[in-house]
Design a protein. Structure first.
Length: 218
């Protein structure tokens, strides 16, 4: 009997590889002669960069970057030839912040941008970016600021955090361009009743949203 095991992680407990190993162990207890092949999967969140780096026979590179609350941390990305596999969860992930400190108004994706910038300096011309598992809701302005973008309110340079999105009235863009492919398993827009802020904000520390409603007066 041939068995193909393809599993994602069990969030908060097992990596995708560990899940596959556990399933294999169970199958072999019942069918010791089974021929098993394991292909761990990911959905753009935790484990995505590791799986892709291994699949493409790349190498992992550790970098000191800013965490979601601007604290110094060590994160990593994968590099295979000129393709870098970057995972937002590594540098800007929810698992990096204790529950009592989660606040999407104050968190940033700056560290994710620093990983991308380091990969570019290492020769990457294509970025494959997993955007799941983040602690942030800054619309990527932290990541962009690490790559040379600047966000202003009038003449004031804004800190790249979620609470400043509403104040942006001018953006300065760098001239350099990079090819980025984002990996994501949802289709939520940024705002609105089905938007990322509304649906995922509470898990990142936001106040639970109130139901949308409106009225029309004659």
């Amino acid at each position: 009997m041939r068995v193909l095991i393809c599993s994602d992680k069990f969030k908060g407990s097992l990596t995708a590889s560990e899940v596959c190993d556990a399933i294999e162990e169970g199958i072999l207890k019942k069918y010791p002669d089974a021929e098993i092949r394991k292909l761990p999967l990911a959905d753009g969140g935790e484990g995505t960069a590791d799986i892709l780096t291994e699949y493409f026979h790349g190498r992992k590179i550790k970098v000191k970057v800013h965490g979601p609350l601007f604290e110094p941390i060590e994160a990593e990305y994968g590099l295979a030839a000129d393709i870098a596999f970057v995972e937002m969860a590594k540098a800007s992930g929810l698992q990096l912040i204790p529950k009592e400190k989660r606040d999407p108004l104050a968190t940033t994706t700056l560290g994710t941008g620093e990983l991308i910038q380091h990969a570019i300096q290492n020769g990457a011309t294509k970025i494959v970016l997993g955007i799941g598992g983040s602690a942030t809701n800054d619309a990527g302005i932290g990541m962009a600021s690490a790559l040379g973008y600047r966000f202003f309110s009038g003449e004031k340079l804004l800190e790249p955090v979620g609470k400043n999105l509403i104040h942006i009235d001018r953006i300065e863009s760098p001239t350099a361009k990079i090819d980025v492919t984002a990996l994501c398993d949802v289709t939520n827009p940024f705002f609105g009743e089905n938007g990322a802020a509304y649906i995922y904000g509470p898990q990142k520390g936001a106040t639970p949203p109130k139901p949308f409603s409106f009225s029309i007066k004659a």
